[in-house]
Design a protein. Structure first.
Length: 139
């Protein structure tokens, strides 16, 4: 009995695989940033001491001013995340405004967030791979 050779599998779309892997790296990086943040906070005991940890040799007045601005930015980001029904439209509008002002890289970040809001992992759109053996069928 002779067997017929099986056709080679279609080559994966390299651009799609590349993007999926890059997105996973970004997601992992975001997770690690949260762990580092926790470690930093544990090392100084309270959030008010974080500026001095980050910039121990900096001008204390300048460090404090930058820190206060960062807290306001974080608060605004939290408000956006808490209202996911309008966040994508607001982020797309922001991207356009940033692009026009010449802040293209920042606009790209806003656009990326708009495309994945509400928060989800890029792999959520991937179809699960199921082979015939997994369904109890014969190959």
């Amino acid at each position: 009995m002779t067997t017929q050779p099986t056709a080679p599998a279609a080559a994966p779309d390299i651009a799609a695989v590349d993007q999926a892997l890059a997105d996973r790296c970004q997601s992992s990086g975001d997770y690690l940033a949260g762990l580092i943040t926790r470690g930093m906070l544990e090392s100084v005991s309270r959030p008010g001491k974080l500026p001095e940890l980050l910039f121990p040799d900096g001008d204390p007045v300048l460090v404090r001013a930058v820190w206060e601005a960062a807290l306001a930015v974080g608060y605004q980001a939290g408000k956006t995340a808490a209202r996911p029904t309008w966040a994508p439209d607001a982020l797309r509008k922001l991207r356009a405004e940033l692009d026009v002002a010449g802040y293209v890289a920042m606009g790209r970040l806003a656009g990326r967030s708009a495309s994945i809001h509400p928060p989800r992992h890029p792999a959520d759109d991937e179809a699960p791979a199921v082979d015939s053996m997994g369904r109890g069928e014969h190959p």
